[in-house]
Design a protein around this ligand. Sequence first.
Ligand SMILES: [Zn+2]
Length: 285
Amino acid sequence: MKISATAQLTLLLAAFAAASALAEEPHASRAFYNSFSDAEEMAMGRSAAEDVEKTRPPLADAELTDYLNQVGRAVAAKSQRPQLEFHFKVVNSPSVNAFSLPSGYVYVNRGLLEVVESEAELAGVLSHEVGHVVAFHSMNDVARQEWADRAISEVKKAGLTQDQQIQNMIEKYGGTAFLFVNKKFSREEENEADLLGLYNTERAGWDPNGLIIFLNRLAHAGAEKDLYAILLRNHPLPEERVADLKAELKLSPPAKGLIKNGDAFRRMKDHLRTLPPPPEPRKQQ
Ligand SMILES: [Zn+2]
């Protein structure tokens, strides 16, 4: 049977539409122009982390940091890049924010720990950040600029192994703060990180509704809206994200008996209340 080109295109589009409505985890992969190796990504993440921590020294509180890593690493171990070594750190700022650097450095503001109301919410937020790393979102951005810049490509051919080379590249494209910390993700990237986060959270044993509950709070923040300003700027459109995640869970209902909360979470909240207040927030935190 011979099918016309138009009919073929119609069939193809129908198949695509059907596929996009299927409830399943997206497969995360590098963009075609992203030729950075894992080792190069790790070197870039390490360099960016050093830079970040000059202005945002992580809170030296073993109890908080251990708990954050316990939840975060449990999520990351069930992600699509379980070989990466993730580092979760607390920033002593009252604003509600979380961001990730290439290869798995995730920073969570103390303000975020103050507003999450369950461990499932925290696991959902962390898995969203893990999703950005797993889907190479920041690295793809750097690679796209590098790809368009032939001069840098010549450097890249020799291998991006020297710290100075990495720092030069980061500076060339706007610096750590611009490239990673204040990166505004696209709707597609947010959607991908949300879906990866949703399935990842569930696979790690937590109720994936936690991310939805947290985003709902973000979407309906009233008087405390200023606290959420940075998070909303970098991860836009919470209302649409809530709707998309609810639609996904309707098609793919979570298993029964997943973790919503736990004693360790409550102990973390109690401990948080005993700490001296954070210093006045600085710009860009
Ligand atoms: Zn995001």
